[in-house]
Design a protein around this ligand. Structure first.
Ligand code: 6PG
Length: 473
């Protein structure tokens, strides 16, 4: 009997370890390689012990231990490390072998790598993997892109490894080139949005209502029981708010420095959107929220320079009604995050010829990933009804949500503004919805100015053609 393994994993970080344990549990004997062999030994004598997992001392040994065509998942840091591994392993690969990059790579890099590797008769899949360490072990959401033939070679593997929901595994063939990593990038942009939205709700409950951590956690629990907000991120927000500092039993969240970093995917989402002409203000506001948070020394200084606006006690609802207006603001802002992300994907799909299937993207986000939420069923239904839907908010179920919840969102944003409390995602969402539902915006005046100083011309409502006026006589 051959002792060749079905599956190979490079990079024994926590995600790599968990993914290989997941593959092995699902019947795929595995071989692992890590740059430092000591790490491989530790894994094999620890979590990997007694499993159908063997180690490799170098890449030649690793490749030699895999059955053909080889299926190799790389879980290394996005960027030059991926190119380095590709270069080091290429001399040992044979026609039809397949490399999968499971990191958060820039989709432009993946485009390039797919072309490079395919031209050498190897397959290359850029696969977004979401769900954190637990998801990697128990079943993540996976977003693989590359040639269809390459995907076919990994389909049985990823179908078993992925999270399972009622209508199937949380993985599908996304499309060609870098499409898998683009979809994962936009997933992360939506993730940034929802994280910031929930943080804004927490800030208002704390600063306007003086609520305790436990009270706020109760509100998040209430929200998590609703169709509109039931989600992984709301669930873990409740957990974060209930967690105590073991040192003194006080709320741990209040001990954490208010500066949020980022690894790049949120930024790439916004840059891609700006380049492609997609409107993503809620997602941008969350990114900028992190940038502002990092200016801590300046903010602390500015707090002592500028006169505070007294915090007004405005209506945020009561704990018993789940803070109704605040819930309105939260629901609409989450809807806006998804709508903006999906709209960006729709536009990117046209620009890049990815032929993304929107209902399937919603389907594979329903389980395993960080933005999994009950709302995704509604999103899937909306795109099933109309695969060319130009904006999610135009679907009848979402229209009703906007119509019912807009007054609550406006009330929350107005109250926060009068109290000097920043709510970037809530206020961006309000402007986004108000702009989107306004048939005539004031950009007619912008056009007049552009024509006035730069002869840029304008179009008229009542006549065809391009017009110019000598505005200054
Ligand atoms: C996921 C996450 C994950 C991501 C982190 C980091 O889907 O499992 O999106 O892939 O890397 O959340 O994101 P930031 O450090 O940029 O917040």
């Amino acid at each position: 009997m051959s002792n060749k393994s079905h599956f190979g994993l490079i990079g024994l970080g926590v995600m790599g370890e968990n993914l290989v344990l997941n593959a092995e549990r699902n019947g795929f004997s595995s071989v692992v390689y890590n740059r430092t062999y000591a790490k491989t030994e530790d894994f094999l004598s620890g979590r990997g012990q007694g499993k159908q997992i063997q180690g490799a001392t170098d890449l030649q040994d690793f490749v030699g231990k895999l059955e053909r065509p080889r299926r190799i998942l790389m879980m290394v840091k996005a960027g030059p490390a991926v190119d380095a591994v590709v270069e080091q392993i290429s001399p040992f690969l044979e026609e039809g072998d397949l490399l999968i990059d499971g990191g958060n790579s820039d989709y432009h890099d993946t485009e390039r790598r797919v072309k490079q590797l395919e031209s050498r008769s190897f397959g290359f899949i850029g696969m977004g993997v979401s769900g954190g360490a637990k998801g990697a072990l128990e079943g993540p959401s996976m977003m693989p892109g590359g040639t269809k033939a390459s995907y076919d070679a990994i389909e049985s593997l990823v179908n078993k490894m992925a999270a399972q929901v009622d209508d199937g595994p949380c993985v599908t063939y996304i499309g060609p080139g870098g499409s898998g990593h683009l979809v994962k990038t936009v997933h992360n942009g939506i993730e940034y949005g929802i994280e910031q939205i929930l943080a804004e709700g927490y800030d208002l409950m704390k600063r306007v209502k003086g609520m305790t951590g436990e009270q706020m956690a109760d509100v998040f629990a209430h929200w998590n029981a609703s169709e509109e907000l039931s989600s992984y991120l709301v669930e873990i927000t409740e957990v974060c708010l209930r967690t105590k500092d073991p040192l003194d039993g006080a709320d741990l969240v209040e001990k954490i420095v208010d500066q949020a970093g980022q690894k790049g995917t949120g930024l790439w989402t916004v840059v891609t959107a700006l380049k492609m002409g997609a409107s993503v203000p809620t997602i941008y506001a969350s990114l900028n929220g992190r940038v502002m948070s990092s200016l801590k020394p300046q903010r602390v200084k500015a707090e002592s320079v500028f006169k505070p606006l007294p915090i007004k006690d405005f209506d945020l609802g009561s704990i018993d009604d789940g803070m109704a207006p605040l819930m309105d603001a939260t629901v609409l802002s989450c809807i806006a995050s998804y709508a903006q992300g999906m709209e960006l994907l729709r536009i990117a799909s046209q620009d890049l010829d990815y032929e993304l299937h929107m209902p399937s993207i919603a389907q594979i986000w329903k389980g395993g990933c960080i933005i999994r939420a009950q709302l995704l069923q509604r999103i899937q239904d909306a795109y099933n009804r109309d695969p060319q839907l130009s904006n999610l908010m135009l679907d009848p179920w979402f229209v009703d949500q906007v119509n019912r919840r807009l007054p609550g969102l406006a009330q929350v944003v107005a109250g926060a503004a009068q109290s000097g409390i920043p709510v970037p995602c809530f206020s961006s969402t309000l402007d986004y919805i108000n702009s989107y539902r306004t048939g005539r915006l004031p950009q007619n005046l912008v056009q007049a100015m552009r024509d006035c100083f730069g002869s840029h011309t304008y179009q008229r409502l009542d006549k065809e053609g391009a017009f110019h006026t000598e505005w200054l006589g």
